[in-house]
Design a protein around this ligand. Structure first.
Ligand SMILES: Nc1ncnc2c1ncn2[C@@H]1O[C@H](COP(=O)(O)OP(=O)(O)OP(=O)(O)O)[C@@H](O)[C@H]1O
Length: 265
């Protein structure tokens, strides 16, 4: 049962505040969605959590412990990340890439145990890439590769999973499968998403960033409002309640967005 806390996180790049005093708690086993317009600081905040970036101020805490005081190998046993830069550049096979997820747990070139090989097999089956096991990752489609990288994160057996736009490249079936897997995973999850309807369906809480600052936080029904869409995203849209699940869903009207731009041909 591991909680994640972004404790007054700030990141300044070239003198510009990209993330400012971000306080965000992800309770154990909760799925929190980080949403916001392009350039609002979502990826930057996540990079601090998976330690690709050192915050300028504040800290990331795991069960209260400052991550920057933990050896990288120790934090990699607790936190797995699906990153924007996580594309595999070398032509490993799918099963080799997935097995790399065990790296924080094995010593040197130690071979995987039977349990670990089974873990890899199950993660590949869960992400529907088992049939691709012996294929080179460079030959995969964008969505297939994305699913392989999720499988690699799962075999890391993390307690905290951080995902940066994991639905990128995924078709509708795999988007819904992935988010439903996250929801039922029992892991502590922080995920950035652009699709507000999927975010509202999958997340226990939504946190909204705008210009590096947290401007809204709470259950989706409190956060996804027509006012927020207008003020933060610059979009005129209707928000309705899903008749089966009760979560807010956004109905877009492209006509009103065009009018907002003021450049109707
Ligand atoms: N290394 C860098 N050097 C200069 N500017 C940077 C750097 N990294 C991020 N930024 C800037 O910081 C801001 C936040 O970027 P970030 O990638 O965190 O946004 P985001 O919310 O994830 O956006 P998107 O939705 O487009 O993925 C952007 O204006 C970006 O250009």
């Amino acid at each position: 049962m591991t909680s994640l806390l972004l404790d007054g996180l700030s990141v300044t790049i070239d003198g510009a505040a990209v993330v400012e005093d971000l306080a965000l708690a992800v309770e154990a086993r909760q799925v929190v969605g980080l949403i916001g317009p392009n350039g609002s600081g979502k990826t930057t905040a996540l990079r601090c959590v998976y330690r690709a970036l050192r915050p300028t101020g504040g800290a990331v805490r795991i069960d209260g412990k400052d991550l920057s005081h933990m050896p990288l190998r120790d934090s990699a046993r607790v936190i797995a990340a699906l990153t924007q830069e996580g594309r595999a550049d070398l032509d490993f096979t799918v099963e080799e890439v997935v097995a790399l997820g065990r790296a924080p747990h094995v010593r040197g070139n130690q071979a995987l145990s039977a349990r670990e090989r089974e873990l890899c097999r199950r993660a590949m089956a869960r992400m529907e890439v088992l049939h691709l096991a012996s294929r080179g990752v460079l030959s995969l489609s964008g969505g297939e590769r994305q699913r392989v990288l999720v499988a690699r994160a799962l075999v890391q057996e993390p307690q905290v999973l951080v995902l940066d736009e994991p639905t990128n490249h995924l078709d509708l079936h795999h988007q819904i499968r992935l988010l439903s897997m996250l929801k039922g995973s029992g892991l502590t999850v922080l995920v950035t998403l652009h699709d507000l309807n999927l975010a509202a369906s999958a997340c226990d809480r939504l946190a909204v960033l705008s210009h590096g600052r947290l401007v809204a936080y709470g259950p989706p029904a409190d956060v996804v409002t027509e006012e927020l869409l207008r003020e933060v995203f610059g979009v005129e849209a209707s928000v309705v309640t899903h008749p089966l699940t009760g979560v807010p869903q956004v109905l877009y009207d492209l006509g009103s967005a065009t009018t907002m731009e003021g450049n109707v041909a």
